[in-house]
Ligand binder design. Sequence first.
Ligand SMILES: [Zn+2]
Length: 307
Amino acid sequence: MKVVYSARYHIDIGLHVFPTLKYRLVHDSLVARGTVRAEDFIEPQPATWDELALVHTSEYLEKMRTGTMMPDDVAQLELPWSEEMVEGFRLMVGGTIQAARIACGLQDRSLSEARTSEFRVTVHIGGGLHHAFPNHGEGFCPFNDVAVAVRVLQARSIERTAIVDLDVHHGNGTAFIFESDPNVFTFSIHQQHNYPMWKPRSSLDVGLPDGAHDAAYLRELERALPKVMATGPQCVFYLAGADPYEDDQLGGLRLTKDGLRERDRMVIEAVRSASCPLVITLAGGYARRVEDTVAIHVATIEEAMTA
Ligand SMILES: [Zn+2]
């Protein structure tokens, strides 16, 4: 299994609830535990500005590129603008694109065409920036990496994709981007009474009450997964957010680590039994102790390894 990662994801955004250090900590933990061999880590290339333009407007990209964002733009993004920030997230979008290419066999020169009827999982220690819209970034998400990767695959004749978004927050940007694309099935389980206030409609939305806990969550997931796979995706993107966790500072669904691990197993098994490529991105995670966020992400990757 290939794992896409760059040390440059540890982006300096000052004192912040979003620990960009987590990417490095997840990487280091996988190395220390011997879960992933050194030769299986792939360093991504940054997404090109043309690739970003498959989703984002030229006006927005120009503001990001030149640092001419207005104070309101910065407040909505909730990240300080810097060249390092923009380049770090552009690289992270490239990471999701690369993971999608590997999962679909587009990277493999021995294949004459994409392999979209074979289970192959690729993990990206990054990504899941689901709050970014075409014309603005918000909620720590400057660019929508999964949306850009979906558009890149579509340009290579991989039309039908599904997005399983299990971050605690609704995937508002992603839902908006694909609202009128019948080939992209967007699915989100989230805490209903949490950011974002405005939740554009996904293909399938499950909004859970505060404190839903493991059993209710897993029951909803079990009911939904067959509906997702019934759409016949040629590639599935999974946003394995760590923020449904019970000790998360920005989430209130109160899942345990065991519950989250069972969630991961269910998603991976549903995609595996449908013989479909799978791309896993990390998305959010703001536990009081960063070690908990890291342990949850590492558990996801361990589940992917053993699939
Ligand atoms: Zn989140």
